[in-house]
Design a protein around this ligand. Structure first.
Ligand code: SF4
Length: 222
């Protein structure tokens, strides 16, 4: 009879590889000096949460509290986000939270186009390593980079888009917008996290399925 594998046994090399690569990615972000933002940061924010998460949340850039703590979201925005996840039936501990730009822009200004372009490969690497099923992007900036075209969040929030490798992208408002009382932001954030959970559970069509249906409607209507 074959003995069951011990829980403490060293996993095979193939299982270790993704974790090792994510650690390398995190080290690379932490020591990155590729753009001017490295000079004024306290800490770069590599992202947090499990490497095998099927849901990834992508924000814009660290702000003051995130810069000090080295975490992806902190303070009021973190409370709003955690509460919205719990209300949607999502365990925050099982979600990867990351950002488009990893170092805080001075005075919490928006990152420049150059800074975004220089930092975006870190996000690409992270997503390649993780292979999530659903990405929720916060705000127009992060959404535009992930879907490859300019957008306004008012127009695109709540859509299910098909992006790279069959991933479903759901754009929504940034939790900071909810803290600031931007109309619709808190309700849209909750709604879109509920949709993300439903896609993960197979109760709602993926972005690829929505796209497929739109294409077949076009063929029928032509
Ligand atoms: S913002 Fe990104 S590209 Fe610029 S130094 Fe930080 S990690 Fe590097």
């Amino acid at each position: 009879m074959t003995r069951p594998a011990s829980r403490s046994a060293t996993p095979p090399a193939t299982e270790q590889r993704p974790v090792r690569h994510v650690r390398e990615h995190e080290r690379r972000v932490a020591s990155c000096t590729a753009c001017q933002l490295h000079a004024s940061r306290t800490r770069a924010v590599p992202g947090e949460g499990p490497m095998d998460a099927k849901l990834v949340l992508v924000g814009l850039a660290p702000r003051r509290q995130e810069d000090l703590k080295g975490v992806a979201f902190a303070g009021g925005a973190r409370n709003v986000l955690d509460n919205a996840m719990l209300a949607a039936g999502i365990d925050p501990a099982g979600v990867r939270i990351t950002s488009l730009v990893r170092c805080r822009p001075p005075e919490d200004r928006s990152p420049t186009r150059d800074e975004v372009a220089t930092c975006a490969p870190h996000l690409t690497t992270e997503l390649d390593l993780m292979e999530p099923e659903v990405i929720v992007s916060f705000g127009a900036f992060a959404t535009a980079v992930l879907c490859g075209r300019p957008v306004t969040i008012e127009q695109i929030a709540g859509y299910r888009l098909a992006i790279r490798r069959g991933v479903t992208l759901i754009p929504t408002y940034h939790p900071v917008d909810a803290v600031r009382g931007v109309p619709q932001a808190a309700a849209a954030l909750r709604r879109d996290l509920v949709a993300a959970k439903a896609v993960l559970d197979g109760r709602l069509r993926t972005g690829a399925e929505v796209l497929e249906e739109l294409r077949s409607d076009e063929v029928v209507g032509s």
